[in-house]
Structure formats: C-alpha cells, structure tokens
Design a binder for this molecule. Structure first.
Ligand code: MN
Length: 739
C-alpha cells in the first residue's frame, strides 16, 4: 500500500525506545555511526527534560526520542539524529547552546540553534499571517535542510500525539498550521511520506466526520476489491515478465485527504475517484520504465490526457516517475506509476534520499542528487520563484493562502535578517523597512555583492547592502521608486523637512539681506517685538514665512522698525546702488537646493557667470532670472509690489564646478547632409554635451534649431557658440535667452 507510514501512528504512547534501539536503527544504514555521541545526546535529553511531561502523560524525552527515531528512518546522519534528541533543550530547559557545542560539537549546536530559531518564528507566526511565515521559514532554513527535516519529524510526532492535547481550539490551530505550512514544506523538499501523513492527521483533526466517512468507505473497498487488485497485480507482473522486465508491482490506495481535496472540486464523487484502481511498478533502470510503459500501452488502451513523463521533466521537488492511466479488464480505469527504486526513494523521502557514504563520510551527496535530476537544495532556494511562476500549481497554489505569497518578496540584510516586502519593492523600500535613517542616507546599493541602481526590483533571496552617504536629503524622484507605504511616507516627510529647513535658511538670508539694505546690523533679538506683530511664535517660524514668501521683507522691516523705515528698499532702482559683494547671497553652495527652494527660470535659463536676480515666489522659494530677462519686466507690470520680493543673487565660486547647468543655443544651419554631425563634433570638441535638440523651422535651404547643452558656465557657453560659428554649415549661432 502507498505511503507505508514512517511508523504506525499510535493511539496510546508505547514504550520509549532505548538508546540501544536508536543506535541500532542508525547503524543499520550507517555502520560507522558514532553510537556513543547518540547515547550521550539521549541521556542529556532525558536529564534536561526530566521534570517535563507531555500531554499524553509520558516523560518529555519520549518525544525527543520519537523524533530521533523518525530521523533515523529517513537515514539521516548522526548530527541530525542527535539534533532530534536535543531539539527542545535550548528552547525549553536551562541547557545553553555553548554547552551543546561543547558536548556535541559545532555541527549539532548549529542545527539545534536552527531549531530554536524556528520555534521562535513559530511563535511569531501565531500572531501574524501564517502563510507569510511559512516562506520565512523556508528561506531561513535553506542554509541547512537538516534543520527543516528535524522540524518536520518534530511536527509529525506532535501531530501523531495531537489527540492528547486537551483544548480543541488549540488542536485545530495546530492542525491548520500543519496543513498550511508544514505539509506543503514537506512536499516541497519531496518528503512525501511525511507530507501525506501530516495531511491526513491534520485533516482528521480539522474535519473528523469527513475523515471517518472517507476512511470507512476506503476500508469497505479494501475488502471488496482485494481479489480484483491481486488479480490485476499478477496480470501486470506476468505481462512484464514475459517482456523480460524485472519488476515489483503493488496496488496503492488513495489517502483520505487527497480524496477529500478531489471531492472539494466540482463534478467529482467518491465513486468517481474510488472507481480507479492504482498500481505502482518499480523497475531497475530508467530504460525499463519506458519499456514497461510500452508493454502496458500495447496490452491496454491508454487515456491520452492522463499521461505524464516526470522522468524527462521532473517536478520541482525532484519527483520522477512515469504516470499513465489505462482502461483495464472489465473497463476499469487503472492508474499506473512507473519508476526505479532510486526514483521511489526520492519520491518517498525527497531530499533525505541523498544522504550516503562518500569518501568515508556519511553526508548529503549533492552530486548524486544532481545526477538524480537536480540538487533539491538548489531547487529549494529557487522555491519561491517556482511558486511565482506557477510551477507545480496543483500541489501548491490550491491553497488560497499560499497564493498570497506570490505578492511577497523576501530579502536579507548583510547580517541575515529577513525583510518581507511587497512584489516590485526596490532597495529603497528595503532600506526604509530596516530603518528610516538607513533609507534617508541611502546613496547606492549592493545586491548579492554587486552594485546596482536604486531602482532595481528586488528578487527573493537577495542579500541587500545599502550604501550610505552623508546626505539626508531624498530627491523628490525617490517617491516614484518605492512601493511600500512606509517608504513613501518617510520620503514625503523627509522632503517636507528638507523644504522646511531650506525655507527657514532662505528666510534668514532674506531677513539679513533686508536689514543690510536698511543699513542696520542684523540681530535675531531685534525680531522679538516683531514676532507678535507678524503673528508668528518663533524666529524660526518667521524665517519660514519669509522663505515661503508669506511675509515680505517690507512687512518684516515695518514690523521691526515701525514708522521709522526709509522707503528706499521698495524702489527697485535702488538695488543698483547696493554693493554687489555685500548684497550677494548665494546660488549653489549656499545651502539651497535647486528644485526645492531655488528654481532657475526657464525663460532665461541663467548660467553660472550670468548676472542674476531672484524673485520670491509664494511657497516655492526663489526663482532665479538673468538680470535683463524680459520676463522680469513683465512680472513687475503684473504685480507692482513684487519689487519688494526681489533678492539680489550672486554665483558662489563652487557654482562653476557644478556642471549641471544647461545653456540653450539657437542656430541657423544649412539644410545639407552632415550638418548635424558637424555641429555635434564642434560641441564635443568644445567639451560641451548636447542633451536636447529641437527643430524650430525648416525650409528648403536652411533650418533653425535649438540645442540644450550642458556647460560649466556662461563663458563655456560663449565658447561653444563661437565654435559653432566656425562651422561651414552654420549660418548663425547665438545663445537663446527667451522662449
Ligand atoms: Mn519538539
């Protein structure tokens, strides 16, 4: 019968196997095993758990021995078996990891540590969405699958003894968790034996009536069909023997939970499912699998859509087998699974089938695993991606909860901490999820050790290292790079704060400037009386208002010096009288950020070196114009008061090193082949960089164009204009000032 369970579930606790029993079990497949280590772990567990009892009433260590026995049935190594014995010691007793390491070695200690961490994660999973933690679990254990195997055997024994747990709601919670988390995990690493038993035990606890009813009908079938199955079995063996194929044939029975799942689907009845007989044929080589298939298809008609070749295309968990359904004697449908012994071992115990002796050591054999169809551990790592791409959907995505998982992406910090993010998340989301400061200071990222753009979408399992810079000033564009609400909110807040700081700084500069124009020395204490007059509470608030243009410098001076202010500052013509050095403020390097509180007017695109002036724009900060920009005159006409909002500006020396300035050139060019190339070469030789070309008008002989060119300053732009004028095909060229 299928799924010969790892060992029979028992209703009542039996005798606890002795250390000798356990050692003998391990030595049966691993003769060189360190029996003394196992014995010491056995005694240690008994001693540490001495005062604890299970719900069944048996001493606690009976559970740890049972788990170790299950691991031995999976033919795992000594460290794993010892971990089975010790898995609850650090979590539940005063034992420490250091002590475990000292007594049983680093390998065992690492595994026990993994168990303890998983238990802690389980606690978290009770409070949050379980399915989400299911994946955390998977990713957390991919370092060493033995941790997961111990966990699964632990869970299996807990499920076998679940009926001893007094509280029904607790039983149900554990059963659901088993169905949603542990059974799929077991299937994913191919330990189907454990998977089907976990499913049936969970099903039995969640829906006892359905379980009993299915079970009753199955045992009824067992009796009525016994002879038919035996007959079919020997007929199959006979046909294959005639063809010279060495084989083993046995009937297999559906599991209650798998029947239940099929019943849940529409249009299927118990009889539909039960009408199908199922057999497994075990042969000696993959070659024989196909020969067997040939023999069977020659003897009986096959149901075409029911044929699957999982040998040439294994399932993601490494399951390999041929599946076919034939119409047998008396028109009975017969399902057949055809596979080798090795495939059978992998089908039953998955990853665990790959522990064996190699160069004197009993260990996981990745090479053999790869030869058997791929290293399941590597696949485990790719597991989440497989889920995303809908691999093996029959088995997995049926659970609606698991479907939600494909919306999630899991990434690690360099220290191995797991961060869960929505699909499409970028390193910035990651950084803000770790800490706001980390997000705010991010200037770059290394993903899996390689530098990547911040807009890169994270993939499952990525290790993300955020590169921090000094700035704490997120560019406005960052908002479009993130998908999480947390990052969006943090970025908005930072931008708001930056703006506030900038407006404050700008306001202070304006205040100082206004005082200067009055010929008075600026002192913050002079503002005290003005605060209430201007209806603000603090000097900072006043600077804010000034910076944002909500209070003008005229209003400020009126409030500070009521009735005694000269009218000089209001007259724009007076500006010319002000000493350029003293009156100058900033632009680049003055602490103001272009795009936040400082904007270069599009109408005249000022370049470093141009004489410039600023205009306060309400809530936007300063707009920078070239001093003879025609737009300035227009603004003055529109709003005669605006003169008071003018700010004298000067380029700081640093401005020139900031090459982001864009200058525009208008040129009239002959309509000839090669004209553009000639211009491009001239600009390049003058060390300019064309960032945009616009055709304004075109005739038969000439065309007018506008070029936007990245330059250092106005002199650089003049050089380029001059260089263009030397071109044969350029008729005229000049700096474009006004749109
Ligand atoms: Mn346990």
């Amino acid at each position: 019968m299928e799924g010969a369970a790892v060992s029979a579930p028992s209703e009542a606790p039996g005798a606890i196997p002795s250390a000798d029993d356990l050692i003998a079990r391990v030595k049966s497949y691993h003769p060189g095993a360190d029996g003394e280590l196992i014995r010491r772990a056995y005694e240690y567990s008994r001693e540490k758990h001495a005062h604890q009892k299970r719900h069944s009433g048996e001493p606690y260590y009976g559970h740890t021995v049972a788990v170790a026995m299950l691991l031995a049935e999976l033919h795992l190594d000594v460290a794993t078996v010892c971990t089975g014995l010790l898995h609850d010691t650090v979590e539940d007793t005063e034992a420490t990891l250091e002590e475990i390491a000292e007594l049983f070695g680093e390998d065992v200690a690492r595994l026990v540590d993994g168990e303890t961490k998983l238990s802690q994660m389980e606690l978290v999973s009770q409070r949050t969405r379980q399915a989400e933690n299911f994946q955390k679990l998977v990713l957390a254990i991919t370092d060493d699958v033995r941790v997961l195997l111990v966990k699964l055997c632990d869970r299996l024994h807990n499920m076998r003894t679940l009926h001893f747990m007094p509280k029904p709601e607790k039983r149900e919670r554990i059963a659901r968790e088993t169905l949603e988390i542990y059974a799929p995990l077991a299937r994913r690493i191919g330990v189907n034996r454990i998977c089907v038993e976990l499913e049936d035990l969970a099903f039995r606890n969640i829906n006892p009536d359905a379980y009993e009813s299915i079970n009753r009908r199955l045992s009824a079938l067992r009796t009525t069909r016994a002879s038919a199955i035996a007959a079919m079995s020997s007929l199959l063996s006979q046909r294959l023997e005639e063809a010279g194929i060495d084989c083993r044939v046995f009937g297999r029975e559906k599991r209650p939970y798998s029947i239940w799942r099929k019943l849940e689907r529409k249009g299927t009845s118990f009889d539909d499912i039960a009408d199908i007989y199922a057999f497994r044929v075990i042969v000696t080589s993959p070659d024989d699998c196909y020969r067997t298939l040939g023999v069977i298809h020659q003897n009986w008609r096959c149901v075409p859509e029911r044929f699957h070749d999982y040998i040439s295309t294994p399932k993601p968990n490494n399951y390999r087998s041929l599946h076919t359904t034939i119409v047998g004697p008396h028109n009975v449908r017969i399902e057949l699974q055809i596979r080798t012994e090795a495939m059978e071992a992998v089908a039953e115990t998955g990853v665990a089938a790959h522990w064996r002796y190699k160069s004197g050591k009993y260990a996981y054999d990745a090479k053999a695993a790869r030869e058997a169809g791929g290293d399941p551990l590597e696949r485990l790592r790719a597991f989440v991606e497989i889920l995303d791409h809908g691999g093996d959907p029959d088995e997995f995505l049926e659970h609606a909860k698991l479907e939600m998982l494909s919306d999630q992406v899991y990434a690690f910090t360099p220290k191995g901490e797991l961060i869960a993010l929505p699909q499409g998340a970028t390193p910035l989301d990651f950084a803000f999820a770790v800490h706001t400061e980390l997000g705010a200071g991010a200037v770059g990222v290394r993903i899996n050790g390689r530098e990547r753009p911040l807009r890169t979408r994270l993939r499952n399992g990525d290790t993300v290292e955020i590169i921090k810079g000094g700035v704490r000033q997120p560019p406005a564009g960052w908002e479009d790079l993130v998908v999480t609400g947390r990052a969006k909110a943090a970025i908005r807040k930072l931008i708001r704060e930056t703006q506030q700081q900038e407006f404050e700084r700008l306001g202070r500069v304006i205040a100082e400037h206004a005082f200067q124009r009055e010929g008075k020395a600026f002192k913050e204490s002079l503002l005290d009386d003005a605060l209430s007059r201007l209806d603000v509470k603090t000097p900072e608030a006043l600077y804010q208002a000034l910076g944002r243009g909500q209070v003008t410098s005229t209003q400020l001076l009126d409030a500070v010096f009521p009735g005694q202010r000269s009218k000089q500052g209001e007259d724009p013509s007076q500006r010319e009288l002000i000493d350029d050095e003293k009156a100058s403020l900033f632009v680049h390097g003055g602490g103001l950020t272009p795009g936040v509180s400082l904007h270069f007017a599009k109408c005249c695109s000022p370049l470093p070196g141009d004489r410039i002036v600023g205009i306060m724009r309400k809530d936007e900060g300063v707009e920078v114009h070239v001093i003879d920009c025609e737009r300035l005159a227009e603004l003055e006409e529109e709003d005669p008061e605006s003169g008071a909002g003018w700010v004298d500006l000067k380029w700081t020396p640093e401005a020139r090193t900031n090459s982001a300035a864009i200058g525009r050139i208008h040129a009239t060019v002959r309509n000839e082949p090669g004209a553009l190339a000639e211009i491009a070469i001239a600009v390049r030789e003058a060390r300019g960089n064309i960032v945009n070309i616009k055709s304004i008008s075109r005739s038969r002989d000439f065309f007018d164009m506008a070029f936007d060119i990245e330059v250092f300053d106005v002199r650089h732009l003049s050089n380029i204009v001059a260089a263009l004028k030397t071109c044969d095909r350029v008729v005229s060229a000049e700096r474009a000032r006004y749109e």
